[in-house]
Design a protein around this ligand. Structure first.
Ligand SMILES: [Mn+2]
Length: 320
């Protein structure tokens, strides 16, 4: 694995870092880990982190307040010497930052999504890694990882492994987590505050999603959805919906959990899929233009929610 500092040769004066739209724990953790690491270990280089606004539980990470959520026209005109993309399975997943990526002189991508087409000039894609934070850890010198950086990396790892229980968790994941613990992080607090804690409204919506869920294919699929209208009723947005599909996945006897919600565009549904092992949901999502991992994937769909779920169930059935 390369050392991330080796990307910064003498011609690099400006660096842009970006993740994916609707940043999750791994996206925030990996981008901020790289941002903080480069800030700590370089001099005279302008470093900018472009990312959409994340949920408040992730804004506790060091230098979250330095993130540029809305680029200026001059940001769009600039040609950055180096662009580092993290946790983004494709260039369009970067959202607004894709424009900045396309103008950059040299682009590098670090990721763990199996569907990543190696879209950058240099791509480091490790589908066996639990998270982009795990990939990024390997590019750092362990002794240059301070407590703040360790918190970023640990956050990303616990989010993408579902606190060390998804199958993407490996011996190496645990070794890395152990090294990060040795940096003095309050791991219990990070897990509770960033992963498990929910607002009252989020818990109410979770209750609604569980109540409305239906079983398909003799109980092998559990699916539920939220319309935009229901989301407005509760006053929640997409950031509040993390963990819904994971709770559905815990339903006894199921092979696949489906959770979908209507975006701001009427009849457009964002789908999350989780598998318990038999079904490759990356394939299912891929059929509808999405992607992800074997056990967790997503796609976007247009139609009525019952139709969306029906079409997904048909594709799942082919694998059972
Ligand atoms: Mn990730």
């Amino acid at each position: 694995m390369i050392n991330i500092l080796s990307l910064l040769n003498e011609d690099v004066h400006t660096v842009a870092i970006a993740g994916h739209v609707r940043p999750d724990g791994d996206c925030m953790g990996s981008t901020l880990a790289v941002y903080n690491y480069l800030i700590n270990n370089t001099e005279g280089i302008e470093i900018t982190l472009f990312l959409e606004k994340a949920g408040p539980e992730l804004l506790v990470l060091k230098n979250s307040d330095k993130i540029v959520n809305e680029p200026t026209p001059s940001d769009y005109e600039k040609r950055f010497d180096l662009f580092i993309s993290l946790d983004s399975a494709d260039s369009d997943r970067m959202g607004f930052a894709e424009k900045i990526f396309k103008r950059a002189k040299h682009t590098v991508c670090f990721d763990h999504h199996i569907s990543n087409p190696h879209f950058a000039d240099e791509s480091y894609v490790y589908p066996d890694a639990s998270s982009t934070c795990e990939v990024i850890f390997e590019t750092f010198d362990t002794d240059k990882i301070d407590k703040d950086i360790a918190e970023c990396l640990y956050t990303g790892i616990i989010h993408d492994t579902g606190v060390f229980h998804h199958s993407c968790t490996s011996k190496r994941t645990m070794e890395i987590a152990g090294i990060l613990m040795s940096k003095g992080i309050d791991f219990g607090k990070i897990i509770d505050k960033s992963f498990y804690s929910k607002t009252y409204i989020q818990n109410q919506v979770l209750g609604r999603v569980l109540t409305d869920s239906k079983l398909w294919l003799d109980g092998k699929v559990c699916a539920s959805f939220l319309t935009h209208k229901t989301m407005e009723f509760y006053g929640v947005n997409s950031n509040d919906l993390g963990g819904m599909v994971d709770q559905l996945r815990l339903t006894e006897g199921i092979e696949v959990a489906i959770f979908t919600y209507e975006t701001a565009i009427p009849s457009q549904y964002k789908v999350s899929l989780r598998s318990t092992g038999k079904v490759d949901v990356n394939k299912v999502a891929g059929y509808f233009g999405g992607g992800g991992h074997i056990m967790a994937a997503g796609c976007v769909f247009s139609g009525k929610p019952e139709e969306v779920i029906g079409k997904l169930v048909e594709k799942i059935k082919e694998q059972l």
